[in-house]
Design a binder for this molecule. Structure first.
Ligand code: PFF
Length: 469
């Protein structure tokens, strides 16, 4: 490491807002409400809350204690915390930056496009056709580039002048707008049907499908809290010694959960007002198509559409910058690269990896299932083994700073991460592999067969590049 002074947050609030900004993202608004409605309403919600409190919160404390103790990027942090080979786990986190950012930025690009088109009403005429138009090809590529460029610029400006300043504007705006839209949604005709769909407890669904519902709840908890890829290690490496980490983690977890819950109170009433509710969760575009269609028929629809996609864009941006920062901090700490160069090169490579996604949406699933169901889970699992079984003394020491004696809470925390958290992660990882194998065998194989057939039928179509022009 060079002799450059390491950056830090300017204010106490800066760190919490940045962590909340990372946690609150596309996952909260695009996935969570539909998951709750489909997988058992209030019963799913209770299961999910248990996961967040008993699994997500302790796992977040693990990342925060490692980050603050070492004041390093994930590679340096794990090397320092566990020694030698552990730095490869940090290396895995850096690889994940590229896997996740690639598709996250393409989907966020669509969000930007929808935001701008809320003012022209372009998506209202034929929402399904519009989605097909904009989700792939040059249009998608352009907005993917714009989104990536904004994220890169914020990260390039630094921890205080870039990330902290941005989240201080973005996160409060998200909260205010989300509350505003929930009040609007409450006045809609379909609100009561939506609340019933959202919250009516259906234990049957959870009990009969527990092998699907439990990993879904666990996976969503890790993804939405940005755990398992070093984001929280990186962000907490910029904070001071005297902070109460459990209070900070508690705030991040509660705000993230609250915003996901309120997102359901917005999205579902809107869908129930114009139709019989959401048709299906599957398919990357379903939410876009059904919501865009709904905005066409609602009172003040285009304004509501602009606010909704505006919230989604802010949430996506504040998550995307945290993803980039993991690899950027690695290059700055370990390779002594300037922040500007690090941000531009990491962002550019991640952008390039997103290009295939704009060719065919099957690549979203290829990357998303790999990341959310395998890599993040494996990353968290390795981290738990390191901290919970090999390094509890150091972690407890770190947590005590800013809190004082932990008493029974320290022991409870250690046993939670030693057994339940590890068990949940092992089971989820196994199910993640099964799910991914099925996806590769079916959807992805179909895609490849289709491509090969097309090439045979149209030999002039030399490469996918032709698709863009
Ligand atoms: N937490 C973000 C969301 O819910 O959309 C996504 C995310 C950000 C996942 C950062 C992982 C991560 F490291």
């Amino acid at each position: 490491m060079g002799d450059r002074i390491r950056e830090s947050w300017n204010t106490r609030l800066g760190f919490v807002l940045a962590a909340v900004g990372s946690a609150v993202g596309l996952g909260n608004i695009r996935r969570f409400p539909f998951q709750v409605g489909e997988e058992g309403g209030a019963v799913f919600l209770v299961v999910y809350l248990c996961f967040v409190i008993l699994i997500g919160f302790p796992a977040m404390l693990v990342e925060l204690s490692v980050g603050r103790k070492t004041n390093r990027n994930p590679v340096g942090a794990l090397k320092m915390f566990g020694g030698g080979a552990w730095m490869y786990v940090g290396g895995l986190f850096v690889v994940m930056v590229f896997v996740i950012f690639a598709y996250y930025s393409v989907v966020s690009g669509w969000v930007l496009r929808y935001f701008f088109d809320s003012f022209t009403g372009a998506y209202t005429e034929d929402p399904a056709e519009y989605f097909v138009e904009i989700s792939t090809g040059l249009d998608a590529l352009f907005f993917h580039a714009v989104f990536a460029a904004v994220a890169i610029a914020i990260v390039a400006l630094g921890v205080q002048r870039g990330i902290e300043l941005a989240v201080k504007v973005m996160v409060p705006s998200i909260v205010v707008l989300v509350v505003g839209l929930a009040v609007y949604a409450f006045t809609l005709e379909g609100a009561s049907a939506a609340y019933a769909y959202y919250l009516t407890p259906d234990a049957e669904v959870v009990l009969s499908n527990w092998h699907l519902v439990l990993p879904a709840a666990a996976g969503q908890a890790f993804f939405t809290l940005s755990l398992g890829m070093g984001v929280m290690i990186t962000y907490s490496s910029y904070i001071d010694e005297d902070r109460n980490l459990s209070k900070d983690a508690g705030m991040v977890v509660s705000l993230d959960t609250l915003i996901a819950f309120v997102a359901g109170l917005i999205v579902l009433p809107i869908l129930f007002t114009v139709s019989d509710g959401p048709s299906t969760v599957s398919g990357a575009g379903t939410v876009f198509v059904s919501l865009a269609g709904a905005f066409a028929d609602l009172p003040y629809g285009s304004l509501v559409g602009a606010i909704f996609f505006g919230i989604l864009a802010l949430a996506a941006l504040s998550s995307a910058i945290s993803i980039l920062e993991v690899a950027v901090s690695y290059l700055i700490d370990e390779a002594d690269v300037s922040r500007f160069k690090a941000a531009v090169s990491v962002g550019f490579v991640a952008f390039l990896l997103g290009v295939p996604v704009t060719y065919n949406l099957v690549f979203i699933d290829l990357l998303d299932i790999l990341a959310a169901e395998i890599l993040l889970v494996a990353g968290s699992l390795l981290l738990m083994v390191l901290v919970a079984w090999l390094g509890t003394d150091k972690a407890i020491e770190e947590l005590k700073k800013g809190i004082g004696d932990l008493g029974w809470m320290g022991t409870t925390w250690v046993w939670l991460i030693r057994v339940p958290v590890v068990v949940v992660l092992v089971v989820s990882l196994y199910l993640g592999f099964v799910d991914y194998a099925e996806f590769l065998r079916e959807d992805f194989a179909d895609f490849l067969v289709g491509e090969i057939r097309q090439l045979q039928e149209e030999p002039t179509r030399v490469s996918p590049i032709a698709y863009f022009f």
